[in-house]
Design a binder for this molecule. Structure first.
Ligand SMILES: Nc1ncnc2c1ncn2[C@@H]1O[C@H](COP(=O)(O)OP(=O)(O)O)[C@@H](O)[C@H]1O
Ligand SMILES: [Mg+2]
Length: 394
């Protein structure tokens, strides 16, 4: 009897440990070595980290890492970081939205605050919200150093202007172009919350998964898209997370590296590889795709930054030589707003409306700006800057 009791107690203890492990890891290893998922989606912690130690991945990691480090340096060499963030974020907002078939033009975007929100094209509004969401996420990461599930929900809420939060009702499926369901993400609201908690730990617990941050970024993006926690906005929120993760990991000081320009040009592979990880466990190919995206976009962003810098210094020197009213604040205004207007200049330079008008008209006459009309008011286009920002990518 006593023995039975001890066995029982031991068994109960083992069951307790076993359940704790089960809860913590969210999966079970069967004796066959197969992973049995507690949920329909295994935790990233269950991945074998050694599978990424292949010569191909290591080589790509070195090249992408080097490009990123170089970009970090080039970005830091711009005197006013606001100019850079403003210019590059808009391009990312445009590209990332385009992946989801939300298409707008640079012209509409640059007009931004010049146009009343009601008069804006819905796609433009949506793209500008992407920029807002990104800014919100960036300030959260800077404040807390963390990327939490709550912060992710706030980013999506800002993007969608709706506070539905994580999915509570079943029915969300991912379909291909022919309307066939290719993937059904977890449907149970409790499971979604658990999976997001698990992902939060994966993102923020530095030592729990010993892989390079660039590899982890690729894994996080995949897992986030697989959880697909929201009714909508998962693709765009997931792409915002990529750059926030780079900032959180100290690989970037400011959010300037954006992968969407690569993804939008290699969209078929993006969808194919997202799916192949699930169907064939093709993690290596997925990681290589994301590293290639880092390498290419870092290279392209560097040349864009060089061009912005060159244009900025050119304007600065020529305006300083030609106009008595030159000031650094004036240059900053012209580069913070690819399309500027009298009110902005009045505000930024603390001058009267008449003076601001005089300055802008003189700059337009000097060929630095092109004056245009919206309704009854005028705006002034920094054509040198807009041509840098709109030139087509390789
Ligand atoms: N087979 C797939 N597996 C996982 N994620 C996928 C798959 N196919 C597409 N996705 C992701 O889903 C995103 C689209 O989800 P959605 O919620 O509509 O985002 P958004 O509203 O930003 O368009 C895609 O951008 C991609 O990241
Ligand atoms: Mg969508």
């Amino acid at each position: 009897m006593l023995m039975t009791c001890n066995v029982y107690r031991k068994m109960r203890f083992s069951i307790h440990v076993f359940c704790k492990m089960y809860k913590k890891l969210g999966f079970l290893y069967m004796s066959s070595g197969k992973v049995l998922s507690m949920s329909s989606l295994p935790s990233l912690f269950a991945l074998d980290v050694d599978q990424f130690d292949t010569p191909k991945i290591l080589k790509k990691l070195t090249v992408a890492g080097r490009a990123l480090a170089e970009l970090k340096g080039v970005a830091a060499s711009i005197p006013n970081q606001g100019i850079l963030i403003n210019a590059l974020v808009l391009q990312e907002a445009k590209d990332s939205s385009e992946i989801e078939n939300i298409v707008t033009t640079h012209d509409e975007l640059f007009k931004d605050e010049l146009v009343l929100e009601d008069a804006m094209h819905p796609a433009t509004k949506e793209v500008l919200r992407y920029r807002q969401a990104l800014r919100l996420g960036y300030s959260r990461v800077r404040e807390t150093g963390l990327i939490t599930a709550n912060a992710i929900a706030d980013i999506q809420a800002e993007l969608e202007r709706n506070s539905a939060g994580f999915r509570k009702l079943p029915g969300t499926t991912l379909k291909n172009q022919d309307g066939l369901t290719v993937y059904t993400p977890p449907q149970d609201p409790i499971e979604i919350v658990q999976l997001m908690g698990d992902l939060e730990r994966f993102i923020n617990e530095e030592d729990s998964f010993a892989a390079d941050p660039l590899i982890k970024m690729a894994l996080i993006h995949h897992q986030f898209e697989s959880i697909h926690p929201f009714y909508d906005g998962n693709g765009r929120t997931g792409r915002i997370l990529n750059v926030l993760y780079l900032v959180q990991q100290g690989l970037m000081d400011t959010p300037v590296l954006y992968l969407s320009s690569y993804i939008v040009r290699n969209k078929a592979n993006y969808y194919r590889l997202l799916q192949q990880v699930r169907e064939e466990g093709a993690w290596g190919d997925w990681v290589l795709y994301m590293l290639e995206a880092v390498e290419q976009t870092a290279g392209h962003t560097m040349s864009t930054i060089h061009e912005i810098k060159r244009t900025l210094f050119d304007y600065k020197h020529r305006i300083r030589a030609e106009f008595k009213f030159y000031s650094q604040d004036l240059i900053n205004n012209l580069f913070m707003h690819p399309y500027t207007k009298i009110d902005y200049l009045q505000r930024d330079l603390q001058v009267s409306r008449l003076t601001a008008t005089k300055y802008l008209d003189a700059l337009a006459e000097g060929g630095f700006l092109v004056k245009q009309k919206v309704g009854r008011s005028s705006y002034y286009v920094n054509t040198a800057l807009t041509s840098v920002l709109t030139q087509s990518l390789p």
